[in-house]
Design a protein. Structure first.
Length: 105
């Protein structure tokens, strides 16, 4: 497939995640995945810390002011699994919902 001859009207949005955006061709069985970030770039611990600090600062300085501190909570979604004989009440408060679902898969 020659990228110089591609018509954007033949492609449709298929999905998106944290890492990539996916489009599909209308007639052909072709899917393209576009990475949002450069692949395999190693970050230093300082860059990682700065990125996390930016997220925390945004929550504190923008979202908290916009919504109020009673509505901003950063933490795992714990305790939302319905009653199950396999999952104890104590376990619900230690393991996030996503991790429990991944384990069940």
């Amino acid at each position: 497939m020659d990228e110089g001859k591609m018509d954007e009207n033949e492609w449709g949005y298929h999905g998106e995640g944290n890492k990539s955006l996916v489009v599909a061709h209308a007639q052909r069985c072709v899917v393209l995945r576009f990475l949002k970030f450069p692949p395999n770039r190693k970050k230093t611990s300082e860059e990682i810390f700065q990125h996390l600090q930016n997220i925390v600062d945004f929550g504190k300085n923008v979202m908290k002011e916009f919504l109020g501190e009673n509505y901003v909570h950063c933490g795992p979604k714990c305790g939302f699994i319905p009653f199950s004989s396999d999952v104890t009440h104590e376990m619900k408060h230690k393991v996030c919902r996503y991790c429990m679902h991944q384990h069940l898969k």
